[in-house]
Design a protein around this ligand. Structure first.
Ligand SMILES: [Zn+2]
Length: 252
């Protein structure tokens, strides 16, 4: 669509299917005014998704890491970094910056519109911003679930990487994610708190997707580590072992 500080903002084609579906649901609920209200909410929600991703991106750029693009999909946004830092402190700050943006937006809206009442959100201007406030609180909290590669999972990996090698930390983060994803899917499918079965499918598919992406990212991390090791070994064969930081022992 356009660029922000060199970051390309791209929208996946399936996003327009979601837009069409929301428009149709809104129209069925209350004709044209509700259609515009629902489409407006969806667009405002995705503006917040972009701001969340820009939070990650600008923090990464402050550390000198390039961000090529932000891709918007119906399930959310994804910032693509040139290189994810393997330094826990940096990864922690970059990761926290996303949910922090959501809590900041919620914190700004809260004193103005307040939380919605229990009996639902009215289709008014105030209701619009109340729903946006609720959506930002939900987005911030949901992303902090420790399910790798969601933000919470990355935070878990950063904490683990303080105590063990990076690949090992990624392995454990992705294993925890797999277990939690299975628990989440079981809860969504069998708990009475979730509504009709149609409403249970999308969140279940989302957790399957998160589990798969987590596994793929672990494998990519492992592959990169092995390639790096291969190059280190090859260079060592050619030029001798890499120099270490410690000075050679001095004989008395
Ligand atoms: Zn995030």
């Amino acid at each position: 669509m356009f660029r922000v500080r060199g970051i390309q903002l791209a929208v996946h084609g399936s996003f327009f299917l979601l837009l069409a579906w929301i428009a149709y649901e809104g129209w069925q609920l209350g004709g044209w005014p509700t259609l515009f209200w629902c489409v407006g909410i969806l667009l405002a929600f995705f503006v917040c998704v972009v701001l969340h991703e820009l939070g990650h991106s600008f923090t990464a750029m402050a550390f000198g890491i390039g961000v090529s693009r932000i891709l918007l999909m119906p399930i959310g946004g994804m910032a693509q970094f040139d290189d994810i830092p393997r330094e826990p402190r940096r990864e922690l700050l970059i990761t926290l910056a996303g949910p922090a943006v959501n809590f900041l937006i919620a914190g700004l809206l809260w004193p103005i519109v307040g939380l919605a009442a229990d009996d639902g959100i009215p289709i008014t201007t105030r209701g619009f911003f109340q729903l946006l406030l609720h959506a930002n609180l939900a987005m911030g909290c949901f992303n902090l679930l420790p399910v790798f590669p969601m933000d919470g999972g990355r935070i878990l990996r950063a904490f683990l990487a303080w105590r063990m090698p990076y690949v090992r930390a990624t392995y454990w983060a992705s294993r925890v994610a797999r277990v939690l994803a299975v628990v989440a899917i079981g809860t969504i499918l069998f708990s009475p708190f979730f509504g009709r079965w149609q409403e249970r499918i999308l969140p279940s598919v989302l957790f399957v997707f998160i589990g798969i992406v987590g596994e793929l990212e672990y494998r990519a991390t492992l592959r990169r580590e092995r390639e790096d090791e291969h190059w280190r070994a090859s260079l060592a064969r050619l030029y001798g072992p890499a120099p270490t930081a410690e000075p050679p022992p001095v004989s008395p």
